[in-house]
Design a binder for this molecule. Structure first.
Ligand code: NAP
Length: 310
């Protein structure tokens, strides 16, 4: 790096990618398209969310999804089942929802109680109604580049943010995804590959993570380790998407206080990157927005109408 490049990297301040604003724009478009779909066909997109047990975080997520579904004009249904519910009962409910023409999207909130086989439940959902994009058929469709794929909501939201933040087409850019979970890392890599990026997936066994991340024009961090990605790991001018949500102690706010941070050391990285998502207010709001977009797409497909593309 030249002296001039180095000093500009040190003084540059990355553009903050406002996930709340983009998510609001998407939900407005979903609401408008929902009105058009109903006017043209009589179809109202229906989303059923199934919650098993009383995990407080899951209750908050499910309530948020239900509120947003109502706000965009969907038919919104929530099934709350006790933690003692058997796998057979969950499968029976999924089967009922599969056959319900008023329901276009089914989301079973994870985690499920340990006695219930998550894979069996996810695989019971009809792929066309699998708005979480976790059914093996949708995983395969995404991997094979099928337009019928339902992509998981968080990586789908990240891709929207990357496209907004990148100066031009993504084709040919190098992308480094840190994390290889089925929920985020792997589908994120498939989505970026689908945009013709050259994609590297890093994980806990990656030998030189800093050097690997430094190769990325686009870096997506989905690890779950507070502020792990440092400023000196980032290629100047990169687009950095921080999926991580980590709660850490915040003694500066008082005894027993906490705050949320991402997987990216925000203060450092924002001096090097061209654009960065904050935590909170970056990827988080996009997840629910893309759930609405996936449900609308499922309803559109059910009547042979091209799904909205974001
Ligand atoms: P996960 O299933 O725990 O996967 C974490 C990944 O990070 C794994 O692939 C793991 O590698 C990798 N990893 C762990 N330590 C590492 C290290 N030292 N160096 C490099 N890679 C390492 O997590 P997840 O479900 O993908 O979620 C990741 C983060 O995103 C979490 O903070 C989660 O809360 C957050 N999240 C946010 C949203 C949202 O809406 N904003 C949605 C989902 C998740 P191995 O595979 O080798 O173990």
């Amino acid at each position: 790096m030249t002296g001039a490049q180095s000093s500009s990297a040190e003084t540059a301040t990355a553009r903050v990618i406002d996930g709340r604003a983009v998510a609001a724009e998407i939900t407005d478009r979903v609401a408008a398209e929902t009105r058009r779909l109903e006017a043209d066909t009589g179809i109202v997109p229906g989303l059923a969310v199934v919650l098993v047990g009383d995990d407080p975080a899951s209750q908050v997520y499910v309530a948020g999804k239900g509120r947003k579904a109502e706000a965009v004009g969907f038919h919104s249904v929530q099934h709350t089942l006790p933690a003692t519910t058997t796998e057979a009962d969950v499968l029976a409910l999924v089967e009922t929802l599969n056959g319900d023409p008023a329901i276009h999207g089914i989301l079973v909130q994870l985690p499920l109680p340990p006695e219930i086989d998550k894979a069996r439940v996810v695989e019971a959902i009809r792929p066309e109604k699998d708005v979480d994009g976790l059914h093996p058929v949708n995983v395969g469709r995404l991997a094979s580049g099928s337009p019928a794929a339902m992509a998981p909501c968080t990586p789908a939201g990240c891709l929207v943010l990357v496209k907004r933040a990148a100066a031009g087409p993504l084709a040919g850019m190098t992308a480094v995804v840190v994390g290889r979970s089925n929920l985020v890392g792997k589908p994120m890599a498939q989505l970026l590959l689908g945009e013709n990026c050259t994609v590297t997936i890093a994980h806990s066994k990656t030998r030189d993570l800093a050097a690997t991340v430094r190769g990325g024009d686009i870096v997506v961090a989905a690890v779950g380790r507070p502020e792990m990605i440092r400023g000196e790991w980032i290629k100047p001018g990169a687009v950095v998407i921080d999926v991580g949500i980590n709660r850490i102690a915040a003694p500066e706010r008082g005894a027993d206080q906490t705050r949320l941070v991402g997987d990216v050391a925000y203060a450092e990285v924002s001096k090097v990157a061209a654009a960065i998502t904050p935590v909170p207010g970056g990827v988080g709001p996009m997840t629910i927005a893309m759930l609405m977009a996936n449900t609308l797409a499922a309803a559109c497909r059910s009547v042979g109408r091209p799904p909205q593309v974001y």
